[in-house]
Design a protein around this ligand. Sequence first.
Ligand code: NAD
Ligand code: ZN
Length: 707
Amino acid sequence: MQATPQQQAAFYQQSKDYLAGEAPGEAAEQASELGALLRYHEWRYYVQDDPVLSDKEYDELFKLLEGIEEENPDLITPDSPTQRVGSDLTGDFQSVPHLVPMLSLGNSYNAEDLAEFDKQVKRMLNMEEDEELAYAVEPKYDGGTIVLVYENDQLVRAATRGNGVLGEEMTHNARVIRSIPLTANFSKYGLHKVEIRGEVIIRKDRFLEMNKQRAAAGQTLYANPRNTATGGMRMKSPTEVADKNLEAFIYSFGYGVDADGNDAVEALGTHTRAMDVLTELGFKVPATDYERISVGNIGAAAGFCVKWEEQREEYPYEIDGMVVKVDDLVLQERAGYTSHHPRWAIAYKFAARQATTILEGVDYQIGKIGTITPVAKTVPVSLAGVMISSVSLHNEDFIRDKDLRIGDKVLLERAGDVIPYIVKPLADLRDGTERPIEFLTECPFCGTGLVRAEGAAAVRCPNYECTGRTLQRIIFHVSKASMDIDGMGKRYVDIFNEQGWLNGIADVYRLPYDEIAALEGFGKRSAANLEKAVDKAKQSPLWRVLYSLSIHHFGKKASQLVAQNIDSALDLEHWTEEQFTNIKDIGPTVAQNVTEWYADPSNVALLRELADLGVNIYQTEADKPQAAVTEGPFIDKAMLFTGSMQQLSRKEAQNKAKAAGARIVSAVSGKLDILVVGEKPGSKLKKAEALGTVKIMTEQEFLDTLG
Ligand SMILES: NC(=O)c1ccc[n+]([C@@H]2O[C@H](COP(=O)([O-])OP(=O)(O)OC[C@H]3O[C@@H](n4cnc5c(N)ncnc54)[C@H](O)[C@@H]3O)[C@@H](O)[C@H]2O)c1
Ligand SMILES: [Zn+2]
């Protein structure tokens, strides 16, 4: 397939139109158009390894076509994407026929979809809806399919899925993947010739490590583990394949006969048992009771899928969903296949983490110290279950490095808790109407010329009085981290600012509570609560007041250190930079910025004003230094608690560990030092044991060590 940028831009726009429910024309026209669109997206996905739609969007187009074909069966053509498997044949390797066709999977996205699948399977099997039907569930690995043939216990062939009927032969490449055994004792189970299926993938940390090395060597970075795995399998020489750290997870038999050519797989009984056998024969198989389970009904299968979606980020491999399979092998055959997928299995797709959209313009945000952040405004798009219409562009360098332009189609990603970001523009879809992004030279809020510190990526508005900055400073001043005024967040600040009540930090302590009570959505009660919270904040320790001023580079730690060494915030008015740097851990940058701030009389006046309004500016008990722990078994250890604790709550245990010098982390990884396990620890323990580098303690051992 070949397509010009104009054609590609048109395919993209047409796809988005269909997805937005704007389908033109008659059914026949739509069917042929959708067919062409899906074929284009399959080419981008399988052959170019560079899709322009999210999987979810592709699946939606696919469902649209399926729906039309269902109502108009005469429109079904043999080359319709619904009738066959998307092809990744590139022509670079020799094609070989699979022993049995290798199909795709149907899709589901939630428990209801799975319940519907369960109903359909039972219908195929002539079962009652309320009869129990056992399912096996396992991760859906996001890599490249590999199909292995063993004959007389020897690996004789390996191939990709290809178009499902023909695969591309890459036996030499598969032989260097260490988790693929060259011999396996299939004959023990009467299996003379077998075809087994698996997924070639790269562990996430190995992928990152490879990219780190490539970056150091000045080489271009690999896009993601999936592309690297599929690309890695297709290297011209096996030595290059060996460099890619590939692994293969095996997830099923496709075929298996005895010496007389009779089926010998069904005799294993269940998929679960077949997987156990493959494990015993030395294959890398999802581990039982961790990565895979066998359950009595679809509800339990759905529960396992949901749990895995939650722990997806912690898992060392990329998975894009789970696969739910009827466990009984005889029932599988009875349920049968469509030309596209088995009827006895279904993929449970996790929310897509990537999506494409159009960059329509750029807005600017200002931070409390004046940093200007460009923000992309995009056509709204659903990403990992959330509608996204603005995405941070960080700074000018980011825009320049990615060569982003207004009008570009862009690829967005949102993984785990990470905020969404633009991975790249889809440059080969540009049609010439895109415009460069212009960089600001003046502050959009106060017009002051922007400055860029040497070596810094960001530009700043240097004007402390800038209206944009002042508002951000007030938001920070009231926040939890700073003066901690309960209930008064950004939303309140915006409302009060609109009323003209907030022109500076001091105004926080002059709020007109009667008028607030009269505001829509407030009332007497919330106004009184707010007043109470403001009064309480006035008694905050000195370090919070210092920190709340948003002095450039003067962070929480530095504010605490300085507060330990003074009686009043006003003491600093006459401090020299040297007095600051005499405090251990206070550097020259902090010293310079704080002295500069105090050199401005209006800032000192602000402190006096705050004091007059009743805000504490003197050292309190809470400001005095605490004796810190400097030695012991938990100093600087990365710790994690899992399972339910019996003697302490999780929070208490964590606080004790922190007080003993430990850091609390949230995931099991190579960086974890100590895992403390309570009752019913679950997957974190298994993972830590598998790593082999983590010290594992019971709750009692933890308490005993603490002493
Ligand atoms: N974004 C796009 O433009 C685009 C284009 C084409 C296809 N796609 C995506 O690809 C899907 C269709 O691709 P497909 O035919 O490769 O199907 P699929 O990826 O949805 O499922 C089938 C594949 O899953 C893999 N797999 C991983 N773990 C497995 C396990 N435990 N058991 C069984 N199989 C397992 C197998 O390799 C198998 O080939 C679509 O649903 C869509 O999500 C996206
Ligand atoms: Zn400004």
